[in-house]
Design a protein around this ligand. Structure first.
Ligand code: SAM
Length: 279
């Protein structure tokens, strides 16, 4: 069964009475080489897959990885996945919403202290929340290799001061190094989405040059700065940190070498770390 062929997909739809659900971002891969290119990042190790769909990437992951745990929200896919990838003994599918799963607990229970990757063709409607969920889980994945919309890939790799730069850029940078692997045009999916995609990989990296006293505070400051993107950093922070006066916040910003009217979007991760440490 060639899962990347439209005829196979249509046959499975009619056999199981399956309808594509836009609300779950169901655009399945129909380009034969993409699953292999993503799955090689999980070769010989354990892997979490988010959103197996009909099992196109799952199939490839099961061939190369030691153990695969796939999380799928759509229970109408149970019989389809049983037919397409049910034969694999190294596969466990949990029919759950990834956003409701405690990722570090799942990793501990399913994989112990083994090396783990994340591989997925992420549903478009929750790409950024899923990335935050994974990066903030504090699991040190070997890599997170995912298909995302091209514009999200650009945001992840953006430089400070650009319009693409945001909280997700800095959260990725704090976790590790982001690399774009390749672009995927919209016609490589069925049904075809409106936008092109890219496959990116995030590899954890210790940033010894960036000292952070309190990671939670750093996250809070980054979120505050970009929740109020058009505001100066002082105003954005004072909206979230009511216990400090504007004058006190201004003093912290200036003492760290920035203008009092600087906006968060101009600051690098190291700059945010300095401000968090002073706060
Ligand atoms: N992996 C398949 C492929 O590449 O052909 C399908 C990818 S499709 C872009 C996204 C998949 O994620 C769908 O199967 C969808 O039902 C599933 N999904 C959507 N939201 C989800 C969520 N919150 N938790 C888990 N799976 C989700």
């Amino acid at each position: 069964m060639k899962l990347t062929e439209i005829s196979t997909i249509k046959a499975l739809c009619s056999q199981f009475g399956f309808d594509f659900k836009k609300k779950f971002g169901q655009n399945f891969i129909i380009s034969a080489d993409i699953p292999e290119k993503i799955a090689k990042n999980a070769s010989g190790i354990c892997v979490i897959e988010i959103g197996p769909g009909f099992g196109t990437l799952t199939d490839e992951l099961c061939r190369v990885a030691e153990k695969v745990v796939s999380l799928e929200i759509d229970t109408s896919l149970i019989p389809v996945l049983e037919a397409t990838v049910g034969k694999y003994e190294n596969l466990k599918i949990l029919f759950k919403d990834v956003m409701k799963i405690n990722i570090s607990e799942l990793c501990r229970e399913e994989f112990g202290d083994k090396e783990i990757a994340v591989c997925a063709n992420l549903p478009y409607y929750i790409t950024t929340p899923v990335l935050f969920h994974l990066l903030e889980s504090e699991v040190k994945f070997k890599n997170i290799t995912v298909m995302v919309q091209k514009e999200v890939a650009e945001r992840l790799c953006a430089d400070a001061g650009t319009s693409e730069y945001g909280a997700i850029t800095l959260t990725c940078q704090r976790y590790g190094k982001v690399k774009k692997l390749f672009d995927v045009p919209k016609y490589c999916f069925y049904p075809s989405p409106k936008v092109d995609s890219s496959v990116i990989t995030i590899i954890p990296e210790e940033k010894e040059d960036i000292y952070v006293k309190n990671e939670e505070l750093l996250k809070k400051i980054i979120r505050a700065a970009f929740n109020h993107r058009r505001k100066t950093l002082v105003n954005a922070l004072s909206a979230e940190f009511g216990q400090k006066t504007k004058k006190e916040l201004e003093k912290i910003i200036v003492l760290n070498g920035f203008r009092e009217d600087i906006r968060g979007e101009k600051l690098s991760l190291a700059d945010f770390a300095k401000i968090a440490n002073s706060l």
